[in-house]
Design a protein around this ligand. Structure first.
Ligand SMILES: [Mn+2]
Length: 397
């Protein structure tokens, strides 16, 4: 691939960072506070703006309705705050798991109060999306059961069908619904949308604007995620990604920290779809879903974003003519070598050049560190927290 062609693809490669990735988070055992963590939506958007400034590819921010919007606060004001920080509001994530009423699930709960609570919240979320100019409604459900026999699996499936159809009908025509799946946690016996097949059926049934969201941490060990991606693309049902890495479960580690080759293989399938099958991949929503418990938030986000760019660029560099030829000759070693050659190419100098063209420092992490932003906000936010009387960190649960 020619350099100019690669640079044009990089120009179109955008990654959405999540507001909750800038806030204090923890594990189910405890939350660890960082003085520089964002406590308010304003601070989260400011930090997202910084990541965009140093990487040049993160113009939108995913928001969590319950954590980022208060009842009675004008959502359009939040959109303006984003604009002031050089970013826009991206995917709207309703919260269907935190309220007490959701103990046995949200829309799949046998408790009708939980169902109507969820309906109201998602309807509000669609209104917020319209107000902030977002066209993505991103749905993840903690719904499931902990014990065999606790509830009827198929009745719960039907409740989910009904809710998704109703919400799809309530969305404006240009809005996309993302249906995310996860095999376990917080439910430990069964999850109502456990895998991509279930998400596919629900999305297909909900309507033409519903697609599947692949969270890279939401699979069983050793599952071939790139095959799922390739299939969803071929079925025109891939909505987007939640990027993170993991070693064991839904660990929410920075992308590529454990297995960068797996990320490369996902991008490889996307480039195959684009270049071999003329598949429109321009609408894929690349989003980050991570919880930075140990690393400083903004540094972890910059690492993730630059890693995504690197793996994407490597996948673009696969010599697909050679690959096609090797596959036709059934030369297994040559075929695999096409992928390995691209993966082991050091694309960092190329990315540095691409950044320079966009007036961005070739080393975003180094430039960010040199800016002193983190030290400044740590001081400011600690003072602001003290003035408010205690820690006003995120509502992460
Ligand atoms: Mn996710």
């Amino acid at each position: 691939m020619e350099k100019e062609q690669l640079f044009a693809l990089l120009d179109d490669f955008k990654i959405e960072t999540p507001s909750w990735g800038y806030a204090d988070t923890g594990t189910r055992f405890g939350k660890f506070l960082q003085p520089a963590a964002a406590g308010t939506i304003d601070e989260k958007l400011a930090d997202a703006g910084i990541v965009h400034r140093y990487t040049g590819c993160c113009p939108t921010v995913a928001v969590h309705v319950l954590w980022d919007f208060s009842m009675g606060v004008d959502a359009t004001a939040t959109a303006k705050v984003a604009q002031n920080h050089g970013v826009r509001i991206g995917a709207i994530n309703p919260n269907l798991f935190q309220d007490q009423v959701y103990k046995f699930g949200s829309v799949t709960s046998p408790d009708e109060r939980a169902q109507s609570h969820a309906h109201r919240h998602v309807t509000d979320s669609i209104h917020i999306a319209k107000a902030v100019g977002s066209n993505v409604l991103s749905l993840w459900f903690a719904d499931g059961t902990n014990y065999p026999g606790q509830d009827d699996i198929v009745t719960r499936k039907q409740r989910m069908h009904g809710a998704l159809r109703q919400w799809h009908d309530a969305m404006p025509q240009d809005m996309l619904m993302m249906v995310e799946y996860k095999p376990f946690e917080p439910a430990f016996y069964h999850t109502d949308i456990a895998d991509w097949g279930m998400a596919y059926i629900f999305a297909k049934d909900a309507g033409p604007n519903a697609k599947v969201l692949v969270d890279s941490g939401h699979h069983y060990q050793a599952q071939n995620i790139e095959q799922i991606v390739a299939w969803l693309l071929d079925e025109q049902m891939l909505g987007g990604f939640h990027f993170n890495d993991r070693k064991y479960a839904d660990d929410d580690l920075t992308l590529g920290s454990i297995d960068p080759y797996a990320v490369f293989r996902i991008f490889h399938e996307i480039r195959n779809a684009a270049e071999w099958r003329n598949c429109d991949v321009s609408q894929i929503a690349y989003m980050v879903d991570q919880s930075h418990n140990l690393k400083p938030k903004i540094e972890a986000m910059i690492q993730t974003v630059t890693t995504a760019q690197e793996m994407f660029a490597k996948a673009c560099l696969v010599d697909r003519d050679k690959l096609r030829d090797a596959q036709a000759r059934i030369d297994v070693v040559d075929s695999e070598t096409c992928l390995r050659n691209a993966f082991f190419t050091d694309v960092r100098p190329l990315l540095g050049e691409w950044r320079k063209r966009h007036n961005i420092d070739p080393d975003p992490l180094k430039a960010y560190r040199a800016s002193g932003y983190q030290q400044r906000i740590a001081k400011e936010r600690e003072a602001a927290r003290a003035a408010r009387g205690g820690n006003a960190g995120s509502a992460y649960a």
